[in-house]
Design a protein around this ligand. Structure first.
Ligand code: SF4
Length: 617
């Protein structure tokens, strides 16, 4: 319908070959870009039984359809098979990488194979080089970025891994231009397994647009709107750093490994908004960057143990490295944030896994000295810092924790019921016990426990009624969020649907209707589910939440409340989700009809085989 074509750059690091493929509108119109196109490329490239660290795994950098077209459409999707979950996983990041990739003329980059020695990729418009990176191996993310910029172009955007990615830490992240991260799912470890230290990109070709005059009008209007609207004052002022105050009062914080979702205001305030703001410095990012009309990112200068440093905190970092580990000393938590960023580990998974271990220590279930570690329990900043470094370098106990909380609990043979994850992905800083049906978002998300797969509305405590009633709104929110990830639009830049349609009309000359657009991410979700079942997931067993979220909240205004009224309430909601998705209510597998309605008839025979397999399990 839109007549899109997708130019894909393939790189095989084993053979050092690169080539270009053009996907026609039969594919590109269906998947559009970003997340959805990435899912298509991974689904069709990797057999479900492939180990994520096998050179056959691919890692895709997929630009959003509106990257370099609409203000705030700045996110690139990184998609691969996750070393944490074995599922197709997407993580979104960056301010420039997506738009610059788009301006090279490529829509997506697909990397497979494994280089013999460390390398980095340098994509400068249509020129592609695989360069040696022996001199970069072992460097932290900021050092790597600076060196690569000095060797390529100061205007290049750089996606780099740190020592954690080199050592296959299952939750290693990819740092984009130092301060932004495709944090989740261990995609940095996939890069490490390929001996790929970084990807640098620079593009200067304008995106071909059908109606440039209209696009300019749209761009000017919406840039001004988002820059000036008072609706964004809070996010402009605090970024996400004020969220712990809110989360704690709503009984949604991850404090003490999710043992205490409610904590007093004064305690939460120590890691929130104004306390962070006192340390704020001018954002270096915005001196060069004009792509975002909201500019939520906050930068701070802090001092810990005599070391002065600058870092860009977000709520997830403060919540997971701070509250979840029981640490409420702001300078210490900011320093943990810096260390995690520089060594290249996901702050969410790291905080979650360390918080879990500290709970075991606190409750006397493990003796840390047996693992060569001194740790007193929650809030032991010295121990947390040491564990962060040991994880990144896979030293001692760190090598076990580097496997993620699910595997670590199995390896140690203890604390499985205290490990807060879904399908192996560690939970982020939003405990679902404060909000009705939020737990279902975690249970059914394509990647596991992600806070970015839609939230149901209205926002109410779980005691307000059956969780099932809010399933339609979860689906609506999920589809919209996944569409934004497909178009490359930042979640905070909240365009109305008709504005999105206006931009696509100016870009392509055709105005798509809303259903047409939403079908792209629905296709991605369908592919993800079929892939997951082929890879061994059993929906009836794995679409669930960790036991911790069915423990009653111990204190605060929602004392006694759980994520669902009871397990039956959860099961009813889950069945409703399957039903509304057109999935089989018993097996949780998409029906042939779902594939037909999404114009993916080629999947029907696979679905039929999988369905009969699941029914016999
Ligand atoms: S609103 Fe914040 S996260 Fe979104 S593009 Fe702007 S600076 Fe980046």
């Amino acid at each position: 319908m839109l007549g899109l074509k997708c130019k894909i750059l393939h790189v095989d690091l084993s053979s050092e070959k690169t080539w270009t493929e053009i996907l026609g509108e039969d594919i590109c119109d269906k998947f559009l870009g970003g997340k959805s196109l990435g899912y298509y490329l991974v689904y069709n490239s990797i057999l479900p039984g492939t180990d994520p660290f096998d050179p056959e795994n691919v890692i895709v950098f997929s630009s959003g359809l509106l990257n370099a077209v609409a203000p705030g459409a700045s996110k690139v999707s990184v998609v691969s098979k996750s070393p944490l979950t074995g599922l197709i996983h997407d993580s979104h990041a960056g301010d420039f990488f997506g738009p610059l990739l788009r301006k090279t003329g490529y829509n997506a980059l697909v990397i497979k194979g494994k280089a013999e020695k460390p390398v980095y990729l340098w994509i400068n418009n249509d020129k592609v080089e695989i360069r040696r990176a022996d001199h970069l191996w072992g460097l932290k993310t900021s050092e790597t970025t600076d060196k690569i910029r000095s060797e390529t172009s100061l205007s290049a955007s750089v996606a780099a891994i740190g020592p954690a990615g080199e050592r296959f830490v299952r939750f290693a992240h990819i740092a984009f231009d130092v301060y932004r991260a495709a944090g989740r799912g261990g995609l940095g470890a996939v890069m490490g397994s390929k001996n790929l230290k970084a990807v640098a990109v620079y593009g200067s070709n304008p995106v071909l647009v059908k109606d440039p005059d209209r696009l300019k009008l749209l761009r000017d209007y919406w840039f001004k709107h988002f820059s000036e609207s008072h609706r964004y004052n809070e996010i402009r002022n605090y970024g996400t750093t004020n969220a712990l105050l809110f989360a704690a009062q709503a009984s949604m914080s991850p404090s003490y490994n999710f043992k205490k979702p409610w904590i007093p205001v004064e305690q939460a305030a120590r890691l929130s908004g104004d306390a962070v703001k006192e340390k704020e410095i001018e954002a270096p990012w915005f001196i060069h960057g004009k792509s975002c009309p909201i500019k939520c990112a906050r930068y701070v200068r802090a001092k810990y143990k005599g070391i002065e440093f600058e870092v860009k905190p977000e709520y997830e970092n403060l919540g997971m490295l701070g509250a979840a580990t029981g640490t409420f000393e702001l300078d210490a938590v900011l320093y943990f944030n810096l260390v995690a960023d520089e060594l290249g580990v996901d702050t969410i998974s790291a905080g979650n896994t360390i918080g879990w271990f500290l709970e075991l220590v606190e409750e006397g279930l493990v003796n840390p000295e047996d693992y060569g570690v001194e740790a007193k329990g929650f809030g032991d900043a010295e121990a947390i810092l040491r564990l962060l470094e040991d994880i990144a370098y896979r030293r001692g106990l760190g090598a076990i924790l580097a496997e993620g909380v699910k595997r670590a609990s199995r390896i140690l043979g203890i604390g499985k019921e205290k490990a807060v994850h879904v399908k192996g992905l560690e939970a982020p800083a939003w405990d679902p016990r404060g909000r009705r049906t939020y737990g279902l978002s975690y249970a059914t998300a394509d990647v596991g426990a992600s806070h970015l797969r839609g939230w149901p509305r209205p926002h109410q405590p779980p005691t307000e009624g059956p969780a099932k009633e809010l399933v339609p709104s979860l689906i609506k929110s999920r589809d919209r969020d996944a569409l934004l990830d497909t178009l490359g639009i930042c979640r905070f830049v909240s365009y109305p649907m008709d504005a999105i349609q206006d931009f696509i009309e100016a870009l392509t000359g055709t105005r798509p209707d809303e259903e047409y657009l939403l079908n792209a991410p629905r296709r991605a979700e369908l592919l993800a589910r079929i892939y997951a079942v082929k890879a061994g997931m059993i929906p009836g067993r794995d679409d669930t939440i960790p036991p911790r979220w069915m423990e009653p909240i111990p204190e605060g205004p929602l004392k006694g409340v759980k994520a669902f009224l009871d397990w039956n309430d959860f099961k009813e909601a889950l069945k409703e989700y399957y039903k509304l998705r057109n999935w089989d209510p018993e097996t949780g597998l998409p029906t042939p009809k779902a594939a037909e309605e999404l114009d993916l008839p080629e999947l029907i025979s696979d679905i039929e085989i999988l369905q009969s397999m699941l029914l016999t399990k």
